[in-house]
Design a protein around this ligand. Structure first.
Ligand SMILES: Nc1ncnc2c1ncn2[C@@H]1O[C@H](COP(=O)(O)OP(=O)(O)O)[C@@H](O)[C@H]1O
Ligand SMILES: [Mg+2]
Length: 402
């Protein structure tokens, strides 16, 4: 998986708030850390990204990036300030990159609290700027407007076609497989004027993921709620308009502390947050900034993680749940998605436990990678066990049941 963020600013320089200074922030780093949590130590080097480093790049941020052991390429230019970042990760060093993520937002940390503002990017990522290997990524993640989303998708598909024609595809199967596109609509363009563009872009991607407030804003509702008649009609309207070229794509509504709701034409999955409100875990929520970006970085990585440890853990627990097994059948070709969504939920849980990104360390005997003192797959296990119980008690809360 490869994520490409081409953004104006990768580092948050916090103002007066303690602990915010010179730490990594911004959608790019959050998406990368989401993917890195899912990749685990075994595939850390396959999480690959490029950061443009200007004269002001803080050494603290460099140290944090190094601690992740990702394949991070620093492009240094000391004649300017750090203004752009381009990030990528891929799960399989040998086969090349498989997710590309585009982010055209600029992040600004205001004084006092972290307040995000999105400005017009100075530089735009054109798919022609990707290397041939990157173009063959299996999944792509974008944070951008509808029109950019469509042009990026078309640009990538066209590049792949051209390479294929020129006999430069990695393999015939690879050439004939459409990559997965995950799109995060840029929040400040979730306006009523954008509705039609939103529908148009949704038709070219495999996953479209607005958050609940942004979705509400775009459709003139106070917010989106699963319970309300309006909320349900809106989901039906988006699905009827079509997600993905074959209409079998997924709408993932991120709903903050309520977790996330994923919808296919004939299926739904509600996943509660890792730190559920009203439980002791909720006390560990410090700053939800970046949760959505990490959620989607992790989702993109999760979608190419079949057969890896987090999936094995999830499958071993849920395989005895009848409701889950039945539901999974109806996800058809999208059957990796529910597992990837669990990974995304667990990853987001780590990211909201502090300002900035979670802290990596090794267990005392050196055998295990810890994030905020716990193992990613251990949390996947705990979360999935909890899910198993609530699935058993009330499957209709989580799934579409007959
Ligand atoms: N306050 C919170 N408490 C618990 N979990 C949260 C909270 N905020 C976010 N999350 C988790 O992070 C995920 C993505 O965050 P969300 O707030 O939906 O996106 P965004 O960052 O775009 O606002 C949620 O689905 C949930 O799992
Ligand atoms: Mg939120």
């Amino acid at each position: 998986m490869l994520t490409v963020h081409f953004r104006a600013d990768d580092i948050d320089f916090g103002g007066s708030r303690p602990g915010v200074k010179n730490i990594l922030g911004g959608a790019a780093s959050f998406a990368v850390i989401g993917a890195r949590l899912v990749s685990g130590a075994a595939h850390a080097r396959s999480v690959s990204w490029i950061v443009d480093v200007g004269s002001d790049f803080p050494p603290e941020a460099l140290a944090v990036i190094r601690s992740w052991d990702t394949d991070c390429v620093f492009r240094k230019d000391h004649s300017r300030l750090t203004t752009r970042a381009w990030n990528g990760y891929h799960p399989d060093e040998k086969r090349g990159w498989s997710t590309v993520s585009f982010d055209s937002r600029r992040t600004i940390a205001d004084k006092g609290d972290i307040d995000f503002k999105y400005l017009t990017p100075k530089l735009r990522l054109d798919p022609s700027m990707l290397s041939d290997t990157q173009v063959w990524s299996r999944t792509f993640h974008m944070v951008c407007s509808s029109s950019r989303c469509i042009s990026i998708v078309n640009g990538i598909l066209q590049r792949r076609d051209e390479l294929h024609q020129a006999g430069q595809a990695p393999s015939p199967e690879h050439a004939s497989t459409r990559p997965i596109f995950v799109w995060e609509p840029v929040p400040d363009l979730c306006t009523p004027e954008e509705q039609e563009n939103f529908f148009a872009a949704s038709r070219v991607v495999d996953v479209v993921s607005p958050n609940h407030q942004e979705l509400g804003m775009m459709f003139g509702q106070p917010g989106w709620s699963q319970e309300s008649e309006d909320g349900q009609q809106l989901v039906q309207r988006i699905l009827a308009s079509g997600i993905g070229p074959n209409g079998d794509g997924c709408l993932v509504i991120r709903a903050g502390k309520e977790g996330s709701y994923a919808f296919l034409k004939a299926q739904k999955l509600w996943l509660p947050a890792y730190h559920q409100p009203g439980t002791s875990g909720a006390r560990t929520v410090v700053d939800p900034t970046g949760a959505g970006n990490s959620f989607l970085g992790a989702l993109a990585q999760g979608m190419v993680s079949a057969g890896r440890e987090p999936f094995i853990v999830i499958e071993s627990i849920l395989s005895t749940s009848e409701a889950w097994r039945e539901s999974l059948e109806s996800w058809g070709l999208r059957s990796n998605l529910p597992m990837a969504l669990i990974c995304a939920t667990v990853a987001a849980g780590f990211v909201i436990e502090q300002i900035g990104v979670p802290h990596i360390s090794m267990s005392e005997n050196g055998g295990k990678e810890l994030w905020n003192q716990s193992e990613f797959t251990e949390r996947v296990r705990l979360y999935t066990q909890r899910l198993f119980r609530t699935l058993d008690e009330s499957p209709q809360r989580h799934l579409l049941t007959n």
